[in-house]
Design a binder for this molecule. Structure first.
Ligand SMILES: [Zn+2]
Length: 98
C-alpha cells in the first residue's frame, strides 16, 4: 500500500464516527419531516419543542407537535399522544411558533 492509500484509509477510519453521526442526524431529520399529521395526514406535522423536566419524583420529558395544514396541536408524553391545554401551549410553544 502506498502512502496515499494509507492516508485515505486512516482518514476514512478516523472520520467514520463523524460520518455516521451526520447520517443518523440526516435520517432522523428526514423521518421527522415525513411524519404525517394524525388529524389530516399532511406532511407539515412537526415538533415544536421538547421539554425535559427533572424533579424529586424522577425525570420526565415530553414534546409538542404542530400541524401547519390544519392547526392541530398535540403533546407526546411516554409514547402517548394527548391534547395540550391552551395554557401549556401558550407557555411552551407561543414564542417558538411565530
Ligand atoms: Zn394536520
Amino acid at each position: 500500500m502506498d502512502t496515499w492509500a494509507k492516508l485515505v484509509v486512516v482518514l476514512l477510519v478516523g472520520l467514520s464516527p463523524g460520518i455516521l453521526y451526520v447520517l443518523v442526524l440526516l435520517v432522523a431529520a428526514y423521518v421527522e419531516w415525513r411524519r404525517p399529521c394524525p388529524a389530516c395526514s399532511a406532511r407539515g406535522f412537526r415538533m415544536v419543542t421538547a421539554i425535559r423536566a427533572c424533579g424529586r419524583r424522577g425525570s420526565s420529558s415530553w414534546a409538542y407537535y404542530y400541524c401547519r395544514q390544519c392547526d392541530h396541536r398535540l403533546k407526546r408524553q411516554n409514547g402517548n399522544w394527548m391534547q395540550p391545554t391552551e395554557k401549556e401551549w401558550a407557555f411552551h410553544c407561543a414564542k417558538v411558533l411565530r
